[in-house]
Design a protein around this ligand. Structure first.
Ligand code: GTP
Ligand code: MG
Length: 195
C-alpha cells in the first residue's frame, strides 16, 4: 500500500468538493501543531508533501493526499488554535462533522495527541464528535522523541483512561516520532490492515 508515489490531490472546503469515495481512506485529526502534516510526510516518506510549519492553524482545508492508487491520506484542519474568528471555527466544525459521519470510504480516523501533553479538553470535543459519527478512531501519540520514559508512561495512562470513556475508540495506541521514525512502520501496517 505504501510502495507507490504520494501526491497532494486537493484541498476541500465543502462536501461537494470531496473526491470520489473509491478507495481506502483514513484521516488524521488533532490539535493545531500536534504533528499531523509531519506524520503524513513520515508515513509516505515524502519530505514536504504535507506542509509542516511552526505557524499553528496553517492547514485550514481538508487536504487529500494520494498514496499509490489505493489509498487516500486525509489531513484535517487542526483545532484548538487561539484567535481564529468564530465563524471560521464554526464553518469547519460543520464540515468536519459532515465529513466524519458521511464519508463511506473513511475506515479510520487517527486522532493525534502530543505525547508530552495527553488528552486536553479541546481533544475531548473531537473524541465526542467521533463517538457520534460512524467511524472508528485510534489515538496516535506524537513527538515521542520529546518525552522521557516516565513522563511518557504517565501520558499513556492518561490517554488510556480518556479513551475508556469513548465507545468508538480503538483501545490500542501508537507512539510515534516523525522526527526519529518511531512507530511509523507500525502505523503503516495498521493502515495496510484496514484494506
Ligand atoms: P497544523 O497544520 O497547524 O494543524 O499543524 P500540524 O498538526 O500539521 O503540525 P505539523 O506537522 O506542522 O508540526 C508542527 C511542529 O511540530 C513542526 O515544527 C514540526 O517540525 C514539529 N513536529 C512534528 N512532529 C514531530 C516529532 O515527531 N518530533 C519533533 N521533535 N517535532 C515534531
Ligand atoms: Mg498541518
Amino acid at each position: 500500500l505504501f510502495a507507490g508515489q504520494s501526491e497532494f490531490l486537493k484541498g476541500v472546503v465543502a462536501m461537494s468538493g470531496l473526491p470520489p469515495a473509491d478507495r481506502l481512506e483514513i484521516c488524521f485529526a488533532g490539535r493545531s501543531n500536534v504533528g499531523k502534516s509531519s506524520l503524513i510526510n513520515a508515513l509516505t516518506g515524502t519530505r514536504g508533501l504535507a506542509r509542516a510549519s511552526n505557524t499553528p492553524g496553517r492547514t485550514q482545508e481538508i487536504n487529500f493526499f494520494t498514496q499509490g492508487p489505493d489509498l487516500y491520506l486525509v489531513d484535517l484542519p487542526g483545532y484548538g488554535f487561539a484567535n481564529a474568528p468564530l465563524p471560521v471555527v464554526e464553518k469547519w466544525q460543520r464540515l468536519l462533522k459532515q465529513y466524519l459521519s458521511g464519508r463511506p470510504s473513511l475506515r479510520r480516523a487517527f486522532v493525534l495527541i502530543d505525547a508530552r501533553h495527553g488528552v486536553k479538553p479541546v481533544d475531548e470535543e473531537i473524541l465526542s464528535l467521533l463517538d457520534r459519527s460512524a467511524v472508528t478512531f485510534q489515538c496516535v501519540l506524537t513527538k515521542a522523541d520529546k518525552v522521557k520514559e516516565k513522563e511518557r508512561d504517565r501520558v499513556l495512562a492518561q490517554v488510556r483512561a480518556a479513551l475508556a470513556r469513548h465507545p468508538a475508540a480503538y483501545p490500542e495506541m501508537v507512539l510515534t516520532s516523525s522526527e526519529k521514525g518511531d512507530g511509523i512502520a507500525t502505523l503503516r501496517s495498521i493502515i495496510a490492515g484496514l484494506a
